[in-house]
Design a binder for this molecule. Sequence first.
Ligand code: ZN
Length: 58
Amino acid sequence: MEKIKPCPFCGGEAEVIYLEKLHSFRPHCKKIGCILWYPIWDIETKEEAIGEWNIRAI
Ligand SMILES: [Zn+2]
């Protein structure tokens, strides 16, 4: 699995969480106050969520 890149805004650690209600994975920054949600819907796998984040984290 691809490794998730740091947050593009604060350089902090990022992670992928699973939103049960939406049945979807979301990548976001772990730092409080820097919650960055990308408006991506229907991410069905953790790998895909990491990929989407990494594209934008450059
Ligand atoms: Zn951040």
